[in-house]
Design a protein around this ligand. Structure first.
Ligand code: SF4
Length: 745
């Protein structure tokens, strides 16, 4: 820690203790040593002393042992020449300062000047603590700023005060800079102060800052069940539950340093607008202890960041109703004012991480036409570009936040969202447009909900919505590259090399019995969650919908069935699904919700399967288009012969391996073949099949079964020489025989 800060704080502590001794001596001289002394209307005596030491100061004589304690705590001022660790000493000096400040302020109630004077309110009563303290417990007040000193101008003071009020924080004001105080600046500008405005001027002297700490200590005693004198629990409670910080404006004197040192023991950091030495390493406070030279225009934001104080957006700021009840709402074509993606326009959604200083929290930008400039029934391109920053944010969390966009937007009445990544599809209803809903509001929803729902990792969210066609096309290429990289991260892992899979229950709002079991070799069927994403999501929210599933005993290594996975799926599908095979599409396949990237469908006549992805709108050899196939496969049921999959699973070694794997693929649309060309070249090499992709028919060859069979014969498709796909494979039959034998013993 800075020797300069340590020396200043310790010097300041000496001054504070001297001042307290002086006040106490004068009070005893004026009123006698047995004179009663107290803050008004409280049962907590002098609350900082009471909560930290357990001493009930009721008369002036009771202050003398406290002064003795202060003197014990006062360390020597650091020597110029000999290096010694300063932190412990400085914290002791800080605590001595707080006790001394409390004695000084209490004496003022006896001998003056009266702490309650004009705009100054002095100590809070217990009634106020009960009324206001509970707000710190129930979250309606996210924390408090202890503002000491004065802003550079009264306009700055007003702006800071308004910003703190907007965020529902309390502002406790004490001290002054060269005779000018923050509270006086507000009064001069006509800003109303008092408990009802959450702008609370305690006193013009720095010693009045003790009332802010008295407030925090009383909250710990009354709401935190902390016993008087249990300083350890008291400090921990304050660090973990009371999100307070010191905002030091203007010159920082020795006494202010001493007060700041006292606040640090509670985990309350100091953020200053002047150029003072900093204490950056973390330790007692959650993050840095003293941060300086913060531009006055950004000081509130910086204070919140350094304290780790998250501001909840209590209401999503949109002109339509918002809530989980709207998540299942459908918007028919004729009810749609404007839509995005699906088959009508290019679209994507994407979350990326940024450094904290790179983005502005809550900033929403729309690049391109807004809803007012399009005709009813139009389609617009759409790129939802979300930038997230946070002390604990990491790239691994991007896909998890991105996948939330689906249900976050669906929560708005009159908004419908489907799919993910670059296969999303959104509609805004005519009724929502009538009520004033605009494209910008997508950003407002995402900002409000991500900040609220992910406080552990997200400090700032900035959203840019692109509706400009050129910009969407350009960025699509960029995000597709990232999607691909995300898919590749998991490639070195196999299902056999891990003992844990992850569940995903996110889609149960649409398909209540659907459970995705995410394995390293089979990602979630939306294509947006792979095994690493499941792991990261669990880290973010250990009680959320992505739970680690210890595989347990392997029941069937060929079909991919494990005892514990069955148990979990049974319990979490509301007893609808008794067992699942991860690698089979015909026997107890995994359920499908509705947002899969592709459908794999059995074509018994071809002794194989076809795969159709969402983007392909044409006919297929099954006689059904994607939409009909999707309604057959989806809904959370097990439908043997039809499974929804993530496109990446098509390239996996475990792709319907129970039925023989890739050799069973007889038909895919050309666009899917192109998208997976590289992967199929590798698969062909592994299977020792030359030009494997060319052996798979597509719509340019035929969309009729007969045409596909004819083509298979022409190219000698491997499926033709495999066992009947509707029967178990030889390996699966061997597993069945072994199990039957074991059962009969
Ligand atoms: S499809 Fe599966 S992995 Fe994707 S969000 Fe839904 S439940 Fe989760």
């Amino acid at each position: 820690m800075s020797k300069l800060i340590a020396a200043s704080a310790i010097r300041g502590a000496y001054q504070a203790v001297e001042q307290a001794k002086d006040y106490l001596a004068r009070a005893i001289a004026a009123k006698g040593i047995d004179a009663a002394v107290a803050f008004p209307d409280t049962n907590y005596y002098l609350p900082v002393i009471y909560s930290m030491l357990g001493n009930k100061v009721q008369k002036l004589a009771d202050m003398q042992p406290i002064i003795a304690e202060c003197e014990k705590l006062l360390p020597p001022i650091p020597s110029e020449k000999v290096w010694l660790p300063y932190l412990g000493n400085t914290l002791d000096a800080g605590m001595a300062t707080l006790f001394a400040f409390e004695i000084t302020e209490a004496c003022k109630y006896l001998i003056g000047p009266n702490p309650v004077d004009g705009i100054w309110l002095g100590a809070a009563s217990d009634v106020i603590i009960r009324e206001r303290g509970i707000e710190f417990v129930d979250g309606s007040a996210p924390g408090f700023a202890a503002v000491v000193g004065a802003a550079p101008t009264k306009e700055d003071a007003v702006r800071i005060a308004r910003e703190l009020q907007e965020k529902n924080l309390y502002t406790f004001i004490a001290g002054n800079t060269n005779g000018v105080s923050f509270a006086e600046q507000l009064a001069e500008a006509g800003v109303q102060t008092g408990w009802e405005t959450r702008l609370v001027p305690f006193g013009k002297d720095i010693s009045a800052a003790i009332y802010a700490l008295g407030f925090a200590n009383r909250a710990a005693l009354s709401f935190g069940n902390v016993s008087p004198g249990d300083y350890d629990r008291n400090l921990r409670y304050n660090k973990n539950r009371i999100f307070a910080f010191v905002m030091a404006l203007g010159e920082v004197t020795d006494e202010k340093y001493a007060a700041a040192a006292g606040a640090i023991s509670y985990g309350f950091p100091t953020i200053a607008d002047t150029d003072i030495p900093q204490i950056l390493p973390t330790g007692i406070c959650t993050y840095e202890h003293v941060v300086s030279s913060v531009p006055i225009s950004h000081i509130v934001e910086k204070c919140l960041e350094v304290r780790g104080c998250k501001i909840k957006v209590t209401k999503v700021p949109i002109p339509v109703a918002y809530g989980a009840a709207f998540e299942g709402e459908r918007i028919r074509k004729e009810e749609t004012y404007v839509e995005f993606g699906g088959s009508r326009s290019p679209a994507f959604e994407y979350v990326t991480s940024r450094n904290l200083d790179e983005i502005e929290n809550g900033k929403i930008i729309v690049v391109g036409p807004e809803i007012d400039s399009v005709e009813p029934g139009s389609a617009l391109p759409l790129g939802i570009w979300v930038e997230a920053a946070g002390r604990k944010m990491q790239a691994d969390f991007e896909p998890i936040l991105e996948r939330q966009i689906h249900h976050l937007l669906n929560g708005a009445e009159g908004v419908w969202h489907m799919g993910q990544r670059d296969i999303n599809w959104l509609r805004i209803s005519k009724a929502a447009k009538e009520k004033g809903f605009t494209i910008r509001h997508f950003g407002d929803i995402i900002h409000a909900r991500l900040i609220n729902d992910y406080p552990a990792i997200v400090d700032k969210i900035q959203v840019t919505i692109f509706t400009d066609a050129e910009e969407v096309t350009r960025r699509l290429a960029e995000v597709r590259h990232v999607y691909r990289l995300r898919n590749q991260r998991v490639e070195s892992l196999t299902d056999d090399s891990v003992d844990t899979f992850y569940s995903c229950l996110l889609c149960q709002s649409f398909a209540p019995s659907h459970v995705c079991v995410i394995t390293p070799e089979r990602l979630g069927l939306c294509g947006a969650y792979n095994w690493l994403d499941g792991k990261a999501a669990y880290e973010i929210d250990p009680t959320g919908g992505n739970q680690p599933l210890l595989k347990g005993e392997c029941i069937d290594p060929v079909r991919g069935q494990w005892e514990n996975i069955n148990k979990y799926v049974y319990a979490n599908s509301k007893q609808a699904v008794e067992c699942v095979n991860a690698y089979s599409m015909l026997e107890s396949p995994m359920t499908s919700c509705g947002c899969f990237e592709a459908v794999v469908a059995l074509l018994p006549e071809c002794n194989g399967v076809m795969i159709v992805h969402r983007e392909y709108l044409g006919e297929t050899p099954a006689g059904m288009k994607f939409s009909t196939l999707a309604s057959m496969a989806g809904g959370g049921q097990q439908v043997p012969g039809f499974i929804g999959v993530g496109k990446n699973y098509v390239a996996s070694r475990k792709f319907i391996s129970a039925e023989g794997g890739h050799k069973r693929i007889v038909w895919m649309p050309t666009s899917l073949k192109e998208a997976l060309r590289e992967e199929f070249e590798q698969i062909g090499k592994r299977l020792e099949i030359e030009n494997f992709l060319d052996k798979i028919a597509d719509e340019t060859i035929s969309t009729e079964l007969d045409g596909v069979v004819e083509y298979m014969q022409k190219v000698e498709h491997p499926a033709l020489s495999m066992w009947d796909i509707t029967e178990p494979s030889p390996e699966a039959a061997a597993v069945d025989a072994a199990r039957a034998a074991a059962l009969s013993q």
